[in-house]
Design a protein around this ligand. Structure first.
Ligand SMILES: [Zn+2]
Length: 539
């Protein structure tokens, strides 16, 4: 029955025209590209120090973005930070590097495991067969399991998302019915061209796994160049790495820092820890920060804002939980207004992004963290071994969640749908993570699961009946939400989507009903799989 998450990150921004333009610095609001050009070539190469270049994607802020890169040319070789979200984009970055130097790339560092940062690994390997891939140990663990499930689910659902965006552009109206502003149109065009490119290359890119993993720190001494690869703590994911050049005062932050609005995923992101991790990032005292997405930052003002926001959301969530508030009441206690204003201002696009990437997932994650704190330290990356935790899904967001909210603040029903989608994704993660206890915790007391030969009634019966699927090291099947519908009351939801066998073949469809319970959490009350999945899943 069920299958993994949707979480993939669809975000990709692109930069302008193709030629490698040299800029001293990219100002956040500098003239923007049309979005109609070739998204594979939309980047600007920016020299930062001797032999150090940022490859900055220039895209309108939007739902689709691609990762920035850092190119570090050493005495004998090159170190690259992050690959990109589609092979054709990475090919252009390789070509840009080859125009700068004929030294070989020795290492590619993936700052975390999302597709817009790793999918181009294969292209680097083809261009430089001896290259090694460095990532956090948890990325190595995540990619072949939940990561593969999430990518598949993403590729299944994303075309619908793309159609929605195209439809909005064609009609000239957003999904709220209001006419598109120029900013929204730019953003959508950028999204559409980039999404078209990424989806056009579908699953062509094989996942190239890290060959060297890091848990805390790895230092590369390349001649006179010192390159520190650091896990400063969790934030965007439990596998976040930054790449620091102490002598040059440059740091590539990965998605710990994304401009103009941070990318938060629930359950993959860690809100309370994120603030602390950004504090450690500022302690590096770098004068140049290359964010995962967005322009080069020349001071830590923006990082400070993010640090304060995550710290505040976590503290407010703790307070809300302490006061006994749950569900909507708890959510209402968290005041985001100063941060919404500071990050999004009056821009409808940025406000939409803030709603999508902060208001919903950050608040949901923070409340969950605040509730779970005493019980489970397991997924708390603060415990040190980020690698041991298994944040299931995350930034599923962009692609799917966006489906119905082109750039405008989503409705409460839509917000609830995002929650259900995240919940379904987390539910699927329990199977991939072999976590039977977490699976059982998501069952309503009176839940009913229909199997092929029998019906399991009640939490205890389902928990026991499903225990066999959690035996052994490998998940017998996986699933992910494709479609989620929530009743206007926000209390009951249907979630349905594909079920996959371990080889990744679709074997059926699941249908689940989720109910929002008194504590504000969604729990599953009915589950019924289609006939084909019955054999594998017993349902
Ligand atoms: Zn990213």
């Amino acid at each position: 029955m069920r299958a993994g998450g949707f979480v993939k990150r669809f975000v990709l921004p692109l930069f302008l025209p193709l030629t490698v333009v040299l800029f001293a610095a990219a100002a956040p609001d500098k003239a923007a590209p049309s979005g109609a050009d070739d998204p594979a070539r939309r980047f600007t190469l920016t020299p930062l120090a001797d032999g150090v270049y940022a490859v900055l994607r220039d895209d309108r802020p939007g739902f689709m973005v691609d990762a920035n890169n850092l190119l570090i040319i050493n005495e004998r070789d090159v170190v690259v930070v992050d690959a990109n979200g589609a092979p054709s984009i990475t090919k252009q970055v390789v070509a840009a590097l080859k125009r700068l130097t004929d030294k070989p790339v020795r290492y590619v560092v993936n700052t975390h495991y999302h597709d817009d940062h790793i999918r181009g690994n294969q292209v680097w390997r083809e261009a430089y067969p001896g290259v090694e891939f460095i990532a956090h140990a948890f990325a190595r663990e995540y990619l072949p399991g939940q990561g593969a499930i999430n990518r598949k689910a993403f590729l299944t659902a994303a075309p619908g998302f793309l159609e929605d965006l195209r439809g909005a552009l064609k009609s000239g109206t957003g999904l709220t019915g209001a006419p598109l502003t120029a900013e929204e149109r730019d953003s959508l065009q950028s999204d559409v061209s980039l999404a078209g490119l990424v989806l056009g290359e579908g699953d062509k890119a094989e996942t190239v796994l890290p060959t060297i993993t890091v848990r805390d720190r790895l230092t590369l001494e390349r001649g006179a160049r010192v390159i520190d690869i650091l896990h400063l703590g969790s934030g965007h994911t439990a596998a976040d790495l930054v790449v620091h050049l102490p002598k040059e005062g440059i740091v590539a932050t990965g998605d710990l820092v994304v401009w103009p609005v941070p990318l938060v995923g629930d359950p993959q992101s860690h809100i309370a820890e994120w603030g602390k991790t950004l504090g450690r990032l500022r302690e590096l005292h770098a004068s140049i920060l290359v964010p995962g997405h967005g322009p080069v930052l020349r001071d830590d003002t923006y990082v400070k804002t993010l640090e304060e926001m995550f710290t505040s959301i976590a503290a407010q969530a703790q307070e809300a939980v302490k006061s006994g508030a749950t569900g909507d009441a708890a959510r209402r206690k968290i005041d985001l207004q100063p941060y919404r204003q500071s990050l999004a201002g009056d821009s409808p696009v940025r406000r939409g992004l803030f709603q999508m990437y902060v208001a919903q997932p950050a608040v949901a994650a923070a409340l969950r963290e605040a509730t779970e704190k005493p019980a489970a330290g397991a997924s708390d990356p603060a415990a040190g071994s980020g690698a041991a935790s298994a944040p299931g899904s995350s930034v599923a967001i962009a692609a799917v969640a966006v489906k119905s909210s082109t750039a405008s603040a989503p409705s409460p029903a839509k917000a609830a749908a995002d929650e259900v989608r995240a919940t379904e994704t987390a539910f699927a993660k329990t199977m991939a993570a072999r976590d039977h206890a977490a699976f059982a915790a998501m069952l309503a007391d009176e839940t009913i699961f229909f199997g092929s030969t029998r019906v399991l009634r009640g939490k205890a019966a389902v928990s026991e009946g499903w225990a066999r699927f959690f035996e052994g090291p490998d998940a017998p099947f996986a699933w992910g939400p494709e479609r989620v519908e929530v009743l206007e009351s926000g209390r009951l939801a249907l979630s349905t989507g594909p079920v996959f066998d371990p080889a990744g073949h679709r074997t059926g469809t699941f249908n689940s009903i989720w109910r929002r319970e008194d504590d504000g959490r969604w729990r599953i009350v009915f589950d019924n799989g289609c006939p084909p999945c019955a054999a594998a899943a017993g349902k």
